[in-house]
Design a protein around this ligand. Sequence first.
Ligand SMILES: CC(=O)SCCNC(=O)CCNC(=O)[C@H](O)C(C)(C)COP(=O)(O)OP(=O)(O)OC[C@H]1O[C@@H](n2cnc3c(N)ncnc32)[C@H](O)[C@@H]1OP(=O)(O)O
Ligand SMILES: O=C([O-])CC(=O)C(=O)O
Length: 370
Amino acid sequence: MEQVFKGLAGVTVDTSAISKVMPETNSLTYRGYAVEELCEYRDFLDVAYLLVHGELPDKTQKEKFMAAEQAKRGLSKEVLNCLQSLPTHAHPMDSLRTGISIFGCEDERIWDNSHDTNLDKYLSLLANIPCMIAASYRHKIGKLYIRPDRTLSFSENFFHMCFGEVPAPEVIKAFDVSLILYAEHSFNASTFTARVITSTTSDIYSAVTGAIGALKGPLHGGANEMVMHMLKEIDQPGQAEEWMLTALQEKRKIMGFGHRVYKNGDSRVPTMKKYARKMADFVGEKKWIEISDILEKVMLREKNIYPNLDFPAGPAYYMMGFEIEMFTPIFVMSRVAGWTANILEQNANNKLIRPLSSYNGVPQRKVLPF
Ligand SMILES: CC(=O)SCCNC(=O)CCNC(=O)[C@H](O)C(C)(C)COP(=O)(O)OP(=O)(O)OC[C@H]1O[C@@H](n2cnc3c(N)ncnc32)[C@H](O)[C@@H]1OP(=O)(O)O
Ligand SMILES: O=C([O-])CC(=O)C(=O)O
């Protein structure tokens, strides 16, 4: 039997100049820049530009990019109506997947996969994914849609559309940092999905829609929601150690722990943890951090497994005031930058992605007539 690489683990399938995940040093760069430095000195929009254009914007390029993103904010009546016609029990990831499908149908440039057209489609997605998430959220809670404010920053506008107000700068900064950290991570499952779809010379909306489906799963982006459900189930720091020991004994997968590539810690966790702590100080609620610290300690002691980015991001979003079901859609708001960079890279040097399988079913047999 041929050698099988289950889950493509350890297989290098292509080259990429977008991000470098370095498990040996627990570090990560986007286009050569360390994510920690990007978090400290730049905002998410700079990173959304960097990933797709290959360089950080200068002041003029940033102003132009920001103005273009702001100008593109705003859903059509049809997309808004569609999102508002979905059942209120629908998960916002499903609503977003559906919204982007319709959004894509509105674009007449169906078979135009040129670089410049794709850059324009990217700007539309970047500007309108937050509008779709906020629209679904407002619909779910039975409140009226709030139109985007084209004078606000990317992150400020999202809070404005969800809650009708812009929170303190500390909250905006923590949120923006989370978007930078979530923006790109080489050939993760959703990015790979986007590349597979792109490799058939399909379009960017199809690739992003497919990537959303892959990101939703709890083994990938959906874990940030599961982490918060777990923290809420534990509820008290005094119950955290026992909860973890029982879960491990029952051989349960602990959400927010482990990673396919990082085996000694996720490069993004220290930065996200710092901002989750800032959120705890800001809201004056330490319990989620205390429970998290105990879970992390016990998991390391018992299994030598480290937390991934979803572990601190979940409680950070909760403390910012978001409903749990909003966490993975927020991941999409950011990861669309990484997906697009990968879609453009795949398009620029394409080869159909089509691996082999090793057949282990019944041997060939005869079809007998009735
Ligand atoms: C942004 C992101 O997408 S980050 C990932 C978010 N996902 C999660 O947090 C979900 C929980 N984590 C997991 O399910 C896994 O760690 C994954 C899917 C992320 C990585 O999986 P893989 O690389 O396939 O690792 P694999 O599942 O083979 O784990 C290796 C060993 O560690 C154990 N392990 C890994 N993660 C966990 C976990 N979260 N809880 C308990 N045990 C775990 C496995 O049971 C396995 O043990 P075994 O060798 O005794 O069978
Ligand atoms: O790289 C992965 O497999 C998952 C991950 O952390 C990400 O997509 O951010």
